[in-house]
Design a protein around this ligand. Structure first.
Ligand code: NAD
Ligand code: DAU
Length: 341
């Protein structure tokens, strides 16, 4: 299949592109703006392959999209590109609404006009809001996004729904829980804690550390996205989750254990405003319809992830320099939003 992957230089997108190229049989065009989160080093070794092309560009650039879809005769679009970090969306929501909502609509319109046969919107469980101590999100749970990031993804999902309903455009939506694994930008919980621990910095746990997330190894998410792209029913939403709920503090303690460090590195800091308490996914639909299930156990996946960050120190040190350093100091430095409680 001839695929356009957007955001393929980011964390999940790069893992997905790598998975497709390892497998072979598709042509992959990767369109990525290379924001602070996009990194071509995530695709090192892919550049010269005849079945792969990288294009730097914005999903809001309609002329570029029209040209690319026609020139490459694209059959399917997998849309990962987005502003993805909740804390950044709290600081400055505008770019999230612009990139995530208008970007998705521009891409949908261009793809529809080009006669693309499958369009997969990579969405998130955060569109459902927050759960109490029990229960799971199903595909029928009401949309109740709480952060500007989540609201932008929910809005994009609704635009996808409208394109299917109004134009019969073959859109599929996946809503996945928290991913972890290689190439994740060290602003997100797991790589941030690993990198801080290795640099001897404090590990900033928000609030009481008891917020719950359902963690899934990134490769399992990529396989789910691919199954839905190729075999899912157009117009449907598919939840994707790891059936692996953990409190943040448990994750941080486990990382310290794997790194051979003690808990004195943990520091409890001011909570994230509007912090969702618990996410948990019911992934029955994708399991029953498409036979997907996670293949990686958390214990193995997290060990592989720690090993990857230990072996790729140059990668994350480079990523954490420059603009990220300023962002980090603003958020966690003296007087910042997440200073000590
Ligand atoms: P990421 O921030 O690591 O990567 C995003 C990529 O998109 C970057 O390479 C960036 O350069 C690119 N990008 C951003 N805006 C763009 C634009 N306007 N045009 C072209 N490229 C642009 O994000 P991620 O964690 O890999 O997430 C990828 C997708 O998966 C997002 O849509 C996110 O909402 C969704 N998702 C993420 C998770 C998670 O745990 N990380 C879970 C569920 C869903
Ligand atoms: O659920 C899917 C979502 O998971 C994706 O849609 C998002 O793109 C992705 O960023 C992620 O969102 P979260 O907000 O859950 O991930 P994050 O890694 O930012 O935080 C995970 C939990 O850890 C959350 O409860 C906040 C907490 N946390 C995070 C950071 C960065 C801390 O306690 N300390 C921190 O320094």
């Amino acid at each position: 299949m001839k695929l356009l992957v957007t955001g393929g230089a980011g964390f999940i997108g790069a893992n997905y592109v790598r998975m497709l190229l390892e497998r072979g049989g598709d042509r992959v065009v990767n369109l990525d703006l290379l924001t602070y989160a996009g990194n071509l080093e995530n695709l090192a070794g892919c550049e010269d392959r005849p079945d792969y092309r990288f294009v730097r560009g914005d999903v809001r650039d309609r002329a570029l999209l029209d040209r690319l879809l026609a020139e490459e005769r694209i059959e399917a679009v997998v849309h990962f590109a987005a502003e993805s970090h909740v804390d950044r969306s709290i600081d400055d929501p505008r770019e999230f609404l612009d990139s995530n909502i208008l970007g998705t609509q521009t891409l949908l319109e261009s793809a529809r006009r080009a006669g693309v046969a499958r369009f997969l919107q990579v969405s998130t469980d955060e569109v459902y809001g927050s759960l109490g101590p029990t229960g799971l999100f199903t595909e029928d749970s009401p949309l109740a996004p709480n952060s500007p990031y989540a609201a932008s993804k929910a809005a994009a999902d609704l635009v996808c729904r409208a394109y299917h309903h109004t134009y019969g455009f073959p859109v599929l939506v996946t809503r996945c829980s928290n991913n972890y694994g290689p190439y994740q930008f060290p602003e997100k919980l797991i790589p941030l804690m690993i990198a801080n621990a290795l640099e001897g910095r404090p590990l900033p746990v928000y609030g009481d550390g008891r917020n719950v997330r359902d963690w899934l190894y990134v490769r399992d998410h990529c396989e789910a996205v691919d199954a839905v792209l190729r075999r899912g029913r157009p117009g449907e939403v598919y939840n994707v989750g790891g059936n692996n709920e953990m409190q943040n503090i448990q994750i941080v303690r486990l990382l310290l254990e794997l790194l051979g460090l003690d808990e004195s590195h943990i520091t409890f800091v001011k909570d994230r405003p509007g912090h969702d308490r618990r996410y948990a996914i019911d992934a029955t639909r994708i399991r029953d319809e498409l036979g997907w299930a996670p293949r990686h156990r958390f214990r193995e996946g997290i060990r592989a992830t720690v090993d990857w960050y230990l072996a790729n120190r140059a990668w994350w040190e480079k990523v954490r320099s420059g603009a990220y350093r300023e962002y980090y100091d603003r958020l966690y430095g003296a007087g910042g939003r997440h200073t000590s409680t």
